[in-house]
Design a protein around this ligand. Structure first.
Ligand code: ADP
Length: 504
């Protein structure tokens, strides 16, 4: 294969003269244009400029990728590789990601907007750890021996890969999402077809090249770029895909469950959230308020576990909101490549319009706009920016409290007592994450019991680790990523019965 890394780099650094040269997919170890020849533009959200034209894959391309992944799954260079060798390949991939970390972080920031200080110092080290963690799992996917009560039989289980896995990922944390999906899938011996979001296709292509360089056989990691409704939908419906892992909106998740029914492929879904972040008066209120700022503003609020419903006990509400507003006012919003930038743009004009629509709806409904809601000063004209936004005097039934906004907009809600708080915090179709700030250990653990969410943070927020399972309750999805739990998604159990009757 020939590499397109130099092209990706040149485009990411603004070489518009190269825009005629399309960024290609990676299928069966080869760079590939879309069968149709079509491309779509991808943007730098900080400037609004087109940075690349990317192959617009569709059903024919997905089919090619599925064939490549199926062939690789059965080929001895992958199928007969020992678990230890799979682990070594994953470790080598981690080393290559470490080697290219500066460039990958820059490419991620340029295509997604997230500040370089976060992509380089937060995401990349986490991703490297993630691949190394799963490198270790390749040799630890044990079956069991089963103490059956049936006479003269010996029973054991083995864990086998699912087969060909389709992985559809969103644009908010593209590199993290690639690693959350492919590291465990590969450790377990599957082959994958990644469909990155149309907004942010570039870094997945770089990682797929690194996988080849690390020594994964061609066809083990494939990337089909394209639109959700075409490339994504074709992957979901394909009869030769065994498993589909999706991270994205609840609305699309619902469509995926329906569309995957044809061959009953296994589905896992990590969907939206409207997470309650609860501050009790007995917390370190100033520290909690400062953390509440980042609970919502991490990745400009484009975070499925954003602390978007900030519940504050009534008699400390003014103190908390003063701290939140004064902290947010001082933040630097701008181009993520600027080392001073703390909050970047939204990912697209579409997203900016959507979030701005929610801000307008909040004002119309009578919520009090305490900060933001406007374009911040001093940002590039074409960039997709919205200033950090705080709503007070919010009522539970308002649209801005019910719907996932996915932007830098926090709704502050006041509460008085425990039962009321728990009922209101759980009054949402979502159940992804939650947090409580209190010095009372009993209250903290009672909250952890009472809240309907896949993650509970106590006196902390937005913490992740490769060893800690993550996923949703209710309509935030099903299946758990990370930790040992993720292998439920990427392996299947075979039970073997051995009759011992014949032995004399
Ligand atoms: P968001 O609302 O955050 O943009 P989406 O759920 O729309 O998230 O997108 C997440 C991923 O799902 C993207 O890769 C997108 O291309 C893909 N996608 C969108 N619509 C569909 C669909 N109908 N079938 C399969 N994938 C889709």
């Amino acid at each position: 294969m020939t590499t397109q890394k130099p092209l990706l780099l040149a485009l990411a650094t603004g070489q518009a003269s190269l825009l005629d040269e399309p960024v290609r997919m990676l299928i069966g170890g080869e760079l590939a244009d879309a069968a149709s020849g079509a491309t779509f533009p991808t943007y730098n959200p900080a400037t609004g400029a087109v940075i690349a034209n990317v192959a617009a894959g569709a059903a024919a391309d997905v089919d090619r990728a599925v064939q490549a992944a199926r062939a690789a799954f059965g080929h001895p260079t992958w199928a007969k590789l020992t678990p230890a060798s799979r682990g070594e390949l994953l470790w080598r991939l981690a080393d290559l990601i470490q080697r290219d970390a500066d460039v990958l972080a820059r490419l991620e920031t340029t295509n997604n907007g997230r500040p370089y200080r976060n992509t380089r110092n937060g995401d990349l080290p986490g991703i490297i750890k993630h691949f190394r963690y799963h490198a270790g799992w390749a040799t630890k996917l044990h079956g069991t021996t089963v103490p059956v009560s049936t006479p003269n039989h010996f029973v054991y289980t083995v864990r086998e890969p699912m087969g060909v896995c389709g992985c559809i990922i969103p644009w908010n944390y593209p590199l993290n999402m690639v690693s959350w999906k492919i590291a465990p899938a590969l450790a377990a011996g599957n082959t994958v077809i990644l469909k990155p979001a149309e907004e942010t296709p570039l870094t997945a292509l770089w990682i797929a090249e690194l996988a080849l360089e690390a020594g994964f056989p061609p066809g083990v990691v494939n990337v089909v770029t394209g639109m959700g409704e075409t490339a994504g939908a074709a992957l979901v419906a394909h009869p030769n895909v065994d498993k589909l892992a999706f991270t994205g909106s609840t609305a699309v998740g619902r469509k995926i469950v329906e569309a995957a029914a044809g061959n009953l492929k296994r589905i896992s879904l990590e969907l939206g959230g409207k997470s309650p972040n609860v501050i009790f008066a007995d917390a370190d209120v100033t520290a909690a308020a400062r953390q509440a700022v980042w609970a919502i503003l991490s990745n400009a609020g484009q975070n499925c576990c954003a602390g978007s419903r900030l519940f504050v006990q009534r008699h400390v509400a003014d103190q908390v909101l003063d701290t939140v507003v004064s902290t947010m006012e001082r933040l630097r919003v701008g181009n993520g490549l600027d080392p001073e930038t703390q909050v970047g743009p939204l990912v697209s004009q579409e997203q900016l319009s959507r979030v701005s629509g929610f801000v307008a709806a909040g004002r119309d409904a009578g919520a009090e706009l305490l900060l933001g809601g406007v374009r911040p000063a001093g940002v590039a004209d074409g960039g997709f920016f919205l200033a950090p936004t705080v709503f007070g005097k919010v009522q539970d039934e308002m649209e801005i409290v019910r719907e996932e906004i996915f932007g830098p907009v926090v709704c502050a809600l006041e509460f008085d007592d425990w039962d009321e708080l728990i009922a209101r915090a759980n009054d949402t179709p979502y159940g992804l994450a939650s947090a409580i700030w209190t010095r009372d250990i009993n209250k903290a653990h009672r909250f952890a019991q009472a809240i309907q969410a896949g993650t509970v943070w106590i006196n902390t927020y937005n913490m992740f680790d490769p060893a800690a399972p993550f996923g949703g309750y209710k309509q935030s999805g099903y299946g758990r990523e990370m930790g040992e739990a993720v292998y439920e998604l990427y392996t299947q159990t075979k039970t073997v019965w051995v009759g011992l009757n014949g032995v004399r």
